[in-house]
Design a binder for this molecule. Sequence first.
Ligand SMILES: NC(=O)c1ccc[n+]([C@@H]2O[C@H](COP(=O)([O-])OP(=O)(O)OC[C@H]3O[C@@H](n4cnc5c(N)ncnc54)[C@H](OP(=O)(O)O)[C@@H]3O)[C@@H](O)[C@H]2O)c1
Length: 253
Amino acid sequence: MNMFDLSGKTAVVTGGNSGIGFAIATGLASHGAQVVIVNRRIPQGKLAAERLVAQGFSADSEQADVSVEASVDQLVKAVLKKHGQIDILVNSAAAIVRKPAVDVTAEEFDLVMSNNVRGTFLCCRNVGRHMIERRKGKVINLSSNVSQVVQENRSAYCVSKAAVSHLTRALAAEWAQYGVNVNAIGPGPTITEFNTTYFEEHPEDRKKLTGLIPMGRMGAPADCAGAAIFLASDASDFVTGQTLLVDGGSTLL
Ligand SMILES: NC(=O)c1ccc[n+]([C@@H]2O[C@H](COP(=O)([O-])OP(=O)(O)OC[C@H]3O[C@@H](n4cnc5c(N)ncnc54)[C@H](OP(=O)(O)O)[C@@H]3O)[C@@H](O)[C@H]2O)c1
């Protein structure tokens, strides 16, 4: 018996076009899942799905903005029409604003909360309705190490990720009775498109953050793939409400 086999399962991965989301999509697809990549820019989504298909995996893409309710409604309907079921939902789409709290505008605060908290909630809610009906499903939300500790100049982002971890607990408690597991992954700083330009422009911040990681390096997107495969598979059937930190120990000290 292979507890990590995902054959016959459909996985929707928001933000699956890039970085950690793409690494997770690759990991799930390599274990047999049919993956649906979701993001706003159509060419990037198509390209990501094509990269998976080129490796012999099953994948396609759908355009959606997770912060817009009508877009999420339409997305879930389209995936169910095409694939009939959603077994795994990964919420990886997110936004960040890096500046001192005193300079963050109300619009910037709302942007971060609307992508990270509202978007995660809407996708969980809509896919959750379907999973509850089927009495099974695995939800994986991308939180962060900053759900537990804080990094300076990222106030709205830190709050949003603490909210994602707490939303994960709240939904896990509500949906356990229906056989739906809700967990989160909390990556530490990981080099992706999310921060490449920022770290190039702020090498001192990169050095400082790396210094806070006991393992002495920043994460790679693939570091999160194993955690996602575990949380998507039968191997995690009795695990719910958890934020699994994949952070090189950065929350230990
Ligand atoms: N990288 C890190 O250091 C780090 C650390 C801890 C946690 N995380 C978390 O891990 C997750 C993935 O991060 P990443 O670094 O892999 O990010 P990334 O490379 O920037 O990829 C995220 C993708 O999500 C899509 N997206 C953003 N907002 C969206 C929206 N409203 N609707 C639909 N798609 C949207 C974007 O594509 P489009 O522009 O085409 O929509 C983007 O390419 C995020 O939740 C992030 O907060 C990252």
